[in-house]
Design a protein around this ligand. Structure first.
Ligand code: MRU
Length: 368
């Protein structure tokens, strides 16, 4: 993604090779600020407070967190402590655990332990490179669907999206937004309805920011507007991301995704979930029963951050003093509400058979 005329990945090794650069997403859309992660604790806190967020980027940051930990102490004890610290940061996105397990499998057998330093950097880099390519391919498959809608209707394709499943949620391209970028770049007229995505406003603050930077026409709407727009034929298709997808095709994503899927079903609007293989939890079947849903601070509901007309960043309370607030951060959309899954390997039905068809090497694991 190009910002201010320069191409950026959302995470990359610092030039001196001793730290990792991220974009502090808590400052967007007001300030585009790079931040340096120098220690394991820096990486863990960046995930917890959501300086980095989005399932694939959480996984990539965790992998670099292990590399930072190994630079200080590459012993067995330090490796296990770093894995435990990073695993505690956020519970729902399975990419975190996938990335930790992948890097740990490379590092644990290495002797002497100092060999773990270079190996951790290399594995984290490989995870990032693979994420970029997977998201590019999700874009290729998804853009085809947008092109077909345009060819059939001859009109601008109106896509509704929830949360931020764009460049900022991944290492590059995004998942749900990658098809939009690729269709737009290929000359397919696309317009995006951007759900603001309370409580943290990932849509209003992040998706709108990156669509604007890329020149994609878009309109921010409140989270409750989607159903109304669908009833009036103003949404052709929904594209959302996933934090954890079960082997049966249930999808955990940002809170509110389920309600959009219900409205889409009622109005005959295709509802697609875009995801790289790293988001599939082959050990799970029933997402509602089995996926652990993160409960975040009530303060994210009771308070909002914004910019005043004279350019000051302020935090204000929007809830009556004394009223308690609850903040479940994700919900699960059952596979029956999902039209299809768009992965780096192509499009499939949201079902065990659909996923097994695209990933035969995982089919046996899922069946056990
Ligand atoms: O709480 P967040 O901002 O990390 O939640 C992000 C989402 O729900 C995204 O839609 C999901 O991670 C897919 S990102 C490609």
């Amino acid at each position: 993604m190009r910002i201010h005329g320069r191409h950026y990945r959302t995470i990359f090794p610092a030039q001196d090779g001793e730290g990792v650069s991220i974009i502090d997403q808590t400052k967007l859309p007001f300030d585009f600020a790079l931040e340096r992660l120098a220690t394991l604790e820096d990486a863990a806190v960046a995930i917890e407070v959501m300086k980095v967020r989005g399932a694939p980027l959480i996984g990539a940051t965790a992998a670099y967190g292990l590399a930072l930990a190994m630079m200080r102490d590459a012993s067995d004890a330090a490796l296990e402590a770093a894995l435990a610290r990073l695993a505690r940061t956020r519970p729902t996105a399975v990419n975190l655990h996938w990335a930790l397990a992948r890097v740990a499998a490379v590092l644990r057998p290495l002797s002497p332990p100092e060999r773990r330093i270079a190996a951790a950097w290399a594995e984290a880099g490989a995870i990032c490179d693979e994420d970029v390519e997977q998201n590019r391919m999700i874009g290729v498959h998804g853009a085809k669907i947008l092109g077909e809608i345009h060819a059939r209707t001859g009109r601008t394709v109106n896509v509704l999206t929830h949360c931020n499943a764009g460049w900022l949620a991944t290492v590059d391209w995004g998942t749900a937004i990658s098809p939009i970028y690729q269709a737009h770049d290929a000359g397919v007229p696309v317009h995006v309805w951007v759900d603001e995505t309370r409580p943290r406003n990932q849509g209003a603050a992040l998706t709108a920011y990156e669509l604007g930077a890329h020149g994609v026409p878009h309109t921010v709407i409140v989270d409750n507007a989607g159903g109304h727009l669908m009833q009036h034929g103003q949404v052709d298709i929904c594209f959302v991301g996933s934090d954890r997808t079960t082997a049966d095709g249930d999808v955990a994503n940002k809170i509110g995704t389920y309600l959009k899927a219900l409205a889409a079903k009622d109005n005959g609007v295709p509802f697609y979930v875009t995801l790289p293989v790293t988001t599939i939890d082959w050990a799970l079947r029933d997402g509602v029963a089995e996926i652990s849903i993160e409960e975040r601070s009530a303060r994210e509901v009771t308070h909002l951050v914004g910019e005043t007309d004279d350019g000051r960043i302020e935090t204000v309370r929007v809830v009556a003093p004394g009223s308690p607030a609850a903040n479940p951060a994700f919900d699960v959309t059952p596979s029956r509400l999902v039209t299809g899954l768009i992965t780096e390997r192509g499009v499939c039905e949201a079902s065990r058979a659909g996923l097994a068809g695209l990933y035969p090497e995982h089919a046996r694991q899922a069946a056990e």
